[in-house]
Every structure is written in C-alpha cells, then in structure tokens.
Design a protein around this ligand. Structure first.
Ligand SMILES: *[C@@H]1O[C@H](CO)[C@@H](O)[C@H](O)[C@H]1NC(C)=O
Ligand SMILES: *[C@@H]1O[C@H](CO)[C@@H](O)[C@H](O)[C@H]1NC(C)=O
Ligand SMILES: [Zn+2]
Length: 481
C-alpha cells in the first residue's frame, strides 16, 4: 500500500503527457469492457433507493463508494453535507451527502461539470422483474438491474472517461468537475441549497454543465435540448362534517365527490384540448424549422404504440406526436384520495408556473361557482417547476454533434424530454452556465419500471462519446470575461 503512490509518481514525472488520441482511447475502453461491467455490478448491488428511509444506510454507502472511486483516481473530492430531511412523522433523517470532485484546474482550459445521481427508484423482484433487480444480469448484451441506466452506468461512464485519459497518460483537454447526488428520484432534496451555497466557489470557474440523465429516442444517438416543467396541483372539495351513508342521506345532500368530478372534467376535453383559459395562448408557436427538425427525427409511431400497449394515440403522425410529447402542455389527472384530487400540467416555453397557478385556480373556482354548490373548493399548487430549453446552435451543442458524429458516424437526433429534470433549470438560473444534456441510455431501457437495463453497447460507446466530447469542448473558443 505504501509503495504504490511512490511508483505512480515516478511514472508521472518520467513519462511525457500525450495529447488526445481517439483510437487509443477507444481501444483502451474496448479492452476494459469487463471491468466497467464489474464496476456497474458493484454499484447496482447497493440498494440506494432514496424513497425508502430503511435503505438510507445503503444510500450513504453508495455516496461513499462514489467518493472513494473518485479519490482513488486522484481527484479533489468532497462529501458535502446538505443537512437533514423531515419525515411525515416529524422525525428527521440525514440526507445523503453530495459528492463533488475535481480533476485539473488549469485556468487556460474550459471547465465542465458533470451532474449525475446514484440513487435509484424502488424495485422488488415481486413487482414483475425477470431477474433480481440488485444483481446485474447480462442477457444478450443487456445489463439488467435497477439504476443500471438511470443513472449509474452514465455516471460510471463519465468516471471511466476521465480514468481512460489518466491511464493513457493523456492530458485532460478540459478540467472536469463532478456533482453526484443521492436524492434525485425523490426531488433532489437539498441540492438546490448546495448549488446556491457554492455558486461563487465550486461553480465559479465552471463553463459548462453536462447532464446524462435521460435516454435516446431510437437506436440513433441523441442530444437533448429541452425538458418540460411541471405544475402539480391538489383540489379538495370540503363538504359535510362527516362521511354520509348514501342510503340515508343520498338524494338530498350535494356531494363533494360529484363536485370534484365535475370540476376535474372541466380541465381537458376528450380529444386532449386544455380548457383552462390562457394556457394554450402562452405556448410558443411551432416554427417551420422546428417542424422540419421533428420531421428528421428517427421515431416510429407504431412501435411507440406497441411499446406502451395502446391501439390509438391522440395523434397519428410523427411530428404531432413528438410535438405533443415535448413542446405542448398537457393535463394529467393522477388520482383522487378521499375528496382531494391530484393533477398536473406539464410546462413548456413560454408558460410561467406562477401565472399557470392563478389561471388554474381562477378557472376552477369559476367552474365551481356555476355549480352553486354549498361545498368549499380549495386549490393548491404543490410543485411549480419551470421548463428548460437550450439553443441547439450553441457551440456546446455543436461540440456535442461533432462528438456523436466522430464516435457513431451519424448526426444525433435533437430531442426533448417530456418529463421534468428540475435541477437543470436550477443550475441554469443559479450558476448562469450553459447546460447540455447528453444521454447514453437506450430508448427501451425501462427507466423507473421493471426490468430496467443498460446495453453493453450504449455503456461502452457512451464512454467513447464522453472522452470525445471532452476533446470537442476544448476546441470551443474561450471567451474572455
Ligand atoms: C489546483 O492547483 C493547485 C495550485 O497549482 C494545486 O496545488 C492543486 O493540487 C490543484 N488541484 C487540482 C484538483 O488539480
Ligand atoms: C446473482 O445471480 C447469479 C446468477 O443467477 C448468481 O449466481 C449469484 O449468486 C447472484 N449473486 C447474488 C449476490 O445474489
Ligand atoms: Zn435519473
């Protein structure tokens, strides 16, 4: 143990540092495939389920393992304490620390910051998994396990990308920082506070933020340039003081549930039109360029229908389907508990969650008033996350396109994500840095569902994409501040 660092430092002083060499890096990555798979196996074996408080020790262990791996590579690593979370029963529980790390601090170079998470969604074999979700299982080149694609393999791929440069004694083309959290699946509790607190320290020299926490849309590699935001509401109708038996009181009392169903039905038409006034008007119109971009994307409506198991969608052609998944708002009614309904409206540019809150509240109250019910309506917006959109012509995206072209010999699909990654918007608003989303997950990885997997192909080629992207970023002209 004592002699190892000594040997390493002698190697470092006696060998000259080389410049980027794609073929060498690609060869190195190919020849280390089994080690990368083993590293993923070790990580998947840790049940870092952030939603289950009983698994919190595993989650802490996961953060430690992540920090340890980065330390072994010689990074300047910190485990940042982000405090505690309050549980519904009033108890407090320590949040998993955020791992931050840094490789290189040459001020002549750009600095990128890779964001990722190593917590996972819950998974039990009984939920319908074909394999043990925490025992990585290789079936025909697909590595099945909870968190394999979301987000452990992409985080490891980034770490291996830096490691490959080190192993080949190649100079890192840019400084690389990492921010790895353990609460993403439950809403990134505590991370925004950490970002604000470190805005002028850790983040001050960061030029670009990279997020690889999503997937491709098809077998063609993709760059993601937008995510929808989300406004999540509850609507509660308060009526009689106690539950009433329908045989005893039914027929004379105006029932809260009838009121609630009535107002929910006023949110959206059967064909999917949002009926809340003002919402559709706020949406940025679809431009001709956008239409053309969607037209070029590789996406098959029929296989999409098969994948989700429906006979019919609201739209039949590719452009309409993609546009309504990514760049139009939608209302979803999630459920009713007692006489409280939960529903959400996905946000797109140029909607503003605060405006939407007022629009929805005013509208539901006006619909409710027309019913002339003696009951009371209470509408609350519990989450108001903004959408995020990047400029696909930005040098950062041009670097991404060049890297994809180099590794996969094709242009990437430029796609959006229908879901919400609120931390992207936080990074952008707090740090003011440019963000790129560079997914390596497959379109059929089954994030958040049973039988999640990461293919060896995406894992290994994705690692090659990351080493190449670092080189492409280094070619971006450095603008003086
Ligand atoms: C950053 O630079 C300082 C001073 O040159 C050096 O001591 C330190 O090791 C560097 N840190 C990293 C993470 O490279
Ligand atoms: C994982 O699965 C393999 C194959 O079924 C089995 O041999 C191995 O013992 C399992 N490992 C653990 C830790 O359960
Ligand atoms: Zn994720």
């Amino acid at each position: 143990q004592m002699t190892f660092p000594l040997v390493l430092s002698i190697l470092l002083v006696t060998t000259t540092v080389r410049a980027f060499q794609y073929t060498d890096l690609a060869q190195y990555i190919d020849s280390h495939e089994e080690e990368y798979v083993e590293a993923l196996r070790d990580w998947v074996a840790i049940e870092s389920d952030s939603a289950n408080v009983l698994k919190r020790p595993d989650l802490h262990r996961m953060m430690e393992a992540t920090a340890q791996k980065l330390r072994q590579m010689g990074g300047a690593v910190e485990l940042v304490d982000i405090g505690e979370q309050e549980l519904p029963d009033g108890q407090t529980l320590a949040l998993p620390k955020v791992v931050s790390a840094q490789f290189g601090n040459d001020t002549r170079k750009h600095t990128v910051c890779v964001y990722g998470h190593v917590d996972v969604q819950p998974a039990k074999k009984e939920d319908g998994w074909a394999t043990d979700p925490y025992n990585l299982t290789d079936i025909n080149g697909n590595l099945y396990g909870r968190g394999a694609s979301d987000n452990k393999a992409p985080v490891l791929a980034w770490i291996h990308a830096v490691e490959a440069y080190q192993a080949l004694n190649m100079e890192l083309p840019v400084n690389v920082k990492f921010v790895i959290e353990g609460m993403e699946e439950t809403g990134s509790n505590g991370l925004d506070v950490m970002i604000v607190a470190q805005r002028d320290t850790f983040f001050s020299d960061v030029d670009y933020i990279i997020i690889s926490d999503c997937g491709w849309l098809s077998r063609r590699p993709a760059l993601t340039y937008g995510t929808r935001g989300n406004c999540y509401f509850t609507a509660e109708v308060q009526g009689p003081k106690q539950d009433l038996h329908s045989g005893v009181y039914g027929g004379v009392v105006i029932e809260p549930m009838t009121d609630l169903i009535g107002i929910l039905d006023s949110l959206i038409s059967p064909s999917g039109t949002i009926l809340v006034p003002g919402i559709r008007e706020a949406v940025a119109p679809l431009s001709d360029e956008e239409w053309k971009m969607y037209q070029d994307i590789q996406f098959d409506v029929d296989s999409y229908k098969n994948k989700i198991g429906v006979d019919q969608l609201m739209y039949n052609n590719k452009v309409d389907v993609l546009a309504h998944l990514w760049r139009y708002p939608t209302v979803s009614i999630h459920g009713i508990e007692g006489v409280t309904a939960k529903f959400s409206i996905r946000q797109v540019p140029n909607m503003d969650p605060q405006v939407v809150k007022n629009q929805v509240t005013d509208y539901l109250h006006s619909v409710f008033a027309k019913r002339k019910s003696p009951n009371k309506l209470k509408v609350t917006m519990v989450i108001g996350a903004k959408p995020w959109l990047a400029d696909t012509e930005h040098p950062l995206y041009e670097a991404g396109k060049a890297a994809v072209k180099r590794v996969f010999d094709t242009d990437p699909d430029l796609i959006r994500e229908g879901g919400t990654i609120p931390i992207a918007k936080t990074f952008q608003d707090v740090t003011g840095k440019d963000i790129i989303m560079m997914p390596i997950g497959g379109f059929d990885d089954g994030l958040h569902s049973q039988n999640e997997k990461m293919s060896r192909y995406n894992y290994i080629e994705g690692t090659k994409l990351f080493v190449t992207f670092l080189d492409e970023v280094s070619k971006i002209k450095k603008t003086s501040v």
